[in-house]
Design a protein around this ligand. Structure first.
Ligand code: ADP
Length: 580
């Protein structure tokens, strides 16, 4: 009897060890083991089954109509959570569509992983003409923080672990993970597969600043008469909200938030110098950059924007090579923002004095003057609506709902909304970012809605919306609480340009006049509104938010409103040449 029993046990063991799994399941297990439970993607050969199985295994799969928007959704999920957002695409064209989002994520320091299926290596490498043939790994490299390919099922666990660590450690960014079709179909002993998985420990370790770098920074701060803190989206990403607020308040230094750092402290905070931006950039003598780069968005730290007097910069950043990238940095503080700001705060000892009334008073005076001017502009009620009167209506509604996520893109729509719409909570504003690109709208809106479970209001120029408009179907399919507001002025920048030849074609910047974008969402079961006055816009937005349903408001703006390229007119070659 005893003998018979032991045979049975051995048989069972044999059965266990001969149980197999495949590449599809190992990828899913590797992601789930690392708490990555949502995939944004678009199915097709060879990854349809990966998406199906992921859903069957309890992951959320959000299917898009174009990979770029799936990638943008993944990227913004990464920014919001500090975990890499996952985007899944097919090979060659699908991969290339996703690559735009991957490049944008890398540029913006958002962690994401683009996973693409790929064709047969042997055929691709000999360029023998495979279905969707492309050397995706090498194509991805210049646009990603890192790029990896996995060839053997037993390496999937390590491949996913490397991708996660590369995406979130140090300066976050986009990572490409290449999964050939053959790999997904490979089988492996189930126990071995389980053992090959890696749960990443401490994916983004804290990096403490060197004490001497903190001391140097404090010394520079002590020498300041007119200090300024500049908060960038790195500061928002770092989720060190309480520490940053304490540093700002304890130091008494006025601050400016970059657009995606808005809400880190409420925009209504008395130390916010946003309404005196030009003044403080010109007049400050010491500027503390916290998670903000001195790129084009800050005029590279030099020139007219920064006034005549040379500045001293303190720069807090995780990336040592960011330092001195545009101008000399007097005091670099390298480390994670939470640790660096905590160390700086601890360094605000008895020898540090809050900035004097001469500086804070001058800022307050400038602020009040500009705010009064803006209030007068916002109060006007022109017919048809202009950007200001429409944004006033939106601002007043959003003020009552600080938890709402705001997505914003366009030229004029971006520029005006950024300064008119106040933000009250961190990581609630998502926009065109470091590249200043159009096309992030619906991808970010979907990513933000899925990730936060909270409503999203996407404030879109009519041109910007066009890049991702088909994703309205995705919004409706998943019944997401996204309200898209289109600032419709019949064209790119505005709708009044004419074809100088008198020919049949409209001018390059002009769209169909009087387009009814609200009817687009109705095609998919969403609710559309057409708003021609601020009152109609207010009513529609209140109703849209209360419904928690997919909605779209076509906000009809004066077609003559809007300037060429918004505030970037000087970047147009002809305008720049004319200025010279
Ligand atoms: P903005 O466009 O808002 O000015 P940038 O994207 O130019 O902001 O700058 C963000 C900076 O923040 C990058 O230089 C990046 O290296 C840095 N950064 C991102 N995350 C962290 C972090 N956790 N700790 C320190 N620095 C960070």
């Amino acid at each position: 009897m005893a003998e018979a029993d032991s045979t049975t046990a051995e048989e069972t063991l044999n059965q266990q060890t001969t149980e197999t799994t495949d590449g599809f399941h190992i990828v899913i297990d590797a992601l789930k083991l690392n708490d990555l439970n949502t995939i944004f993607g678009l199915v097709g050969i060879p990854i349809t089954d990966l998406a199906r199985l992921a859903q069957a295994e309890g992951m959320r799969f959000i299917g898009f109509r174009h990979e770029q928007h799936a990638g943008n959704a993944a990227a913004i999920a990464g920014f919001m959570t500090q975990k890499p957002g996952i985007c899944l695409t097919v090979s060659a064209p699908g991969f290339l569509n996703g690559l735009t989002a991957l490049a944008n994520a890398t540029t913006n320091c958002f962690p994401m992983i683009l996973i693409s299926g790929s064709s047969e290596r042997e055929i691709v490498d000999l360029q023998q003409g495979d279905y969707e043939e492309m050397d995706q790994l090498n194509a991805a490299k210049p646009y990603a923080k890192a790029a990896y390919r996995v060839l053997h099922a037993e390496d999937i666990g390590i491949g996913v672990a490397r991708a996660i660590r590369a995406a979130v450690s140090g300066r976050p960014g986009g990572v490409y993970l290449d999964l050939p079709a053959k790999l997904l179909a490979q089988t492996l002993d189930a126990v071995k597969a389980q053992q090959s998985l890696v749960r990443v420990v401490d994916a983004a370790p804290r990096q403490l600043p060197a004490p001497e770098s903190v001391k140097r920074a404090i010394d520079v701060l002590k020498s300041a008469k007119r200090p300024l803190i500049l908060l960038g989206k790195g500061a928002a990403y770092a989720q060190a909200d309480a520490e940053i607020r304490a540093f700002v308040e304890q130091s008494g230094i006025p601050y400016l938030p970059m657009s995606m750092a808005k809400g880190l402290l409420p925009d209504t905070h008395e130390q916010s110098a946003s309404a005196a931006r030009s003044f403080v950039l010109q007049e400050a003598d010491v500027v503390v950059l916290i998670g903000a780069r001195l790129n084009w968005l800050l005029a590279h730290g030099k020139g007219k924007t920064w006034g005549a007097e040379p500045k001293k910069f303190v720069q807090v950043d995780i990336s040592p090579t960011e330092i001195d990238s545009n101008v000399a940095i007097a005091a670099p503080v390298i480390g994670d923002i939470g640790s660096c700001v905590a160390a700086l705060r601890a360094g605000l000892d008895a020898g540090f004095a809050k900035p004097g009334a001469e500086w804070t008073g001058a800022i307050a005076e400038r602020k009040n003057k500009n705010l009064a001017k803006m209030a007068a502009t916002l109060e006007k009620n022109p017919s048809p609506m202009n950007f200001h009167s429409a944004l006033r209506a939106i601002r007043d509604v959003l003020k009552t709902r600080p938890d709402i996520n705001v997505v914003n893109e366009g030229a004029n729509t971006l520029d005006y909304a950024r300064s008119i719409i106040d933000m009250y909570e961190p990581r609630k504003r998502f926009d065109s970012g470091t590249w200043g690109i159009m096309g992030i709208g619906m991808g970010f809106a979907i990513g933000a809605a899925v990730t936060s479970g909270k409503p999203v209001v996407a404030i879109e120029g009519d041109s910007a919306f066009g890049f991702s408009g088909m994703e309205l179907e995705t919004i409706c399919r998943y019944d997401l609480p996204v309200c898209t507001i289109i600032f419709n002025n019949n064209g790119v920048y505005r709708g009044t340009d004419v074809n100088p030849t008198g020919g049949k074609d409209v001018a390059p910047t002009v769209f169909v006049k009087g387009a009814r974008y609200d009817r687009m969402i109705e095609a998919f079961g969403g609710v559309g509104y057409n708003a021609t006055t601020p009152e109609e816009l207010t009513k529609a937005l209140l109703e849209a938010i209360a419904s928690g349903k997919p909605t779209l408001i076509n906000a009809v703006i004066d077609e003559a409103a809007g300037t060429e390229s918004g505030r970037l007119t000087n970047l147009n070659p002809q305008s720049a040449a004319m200025k010279k």
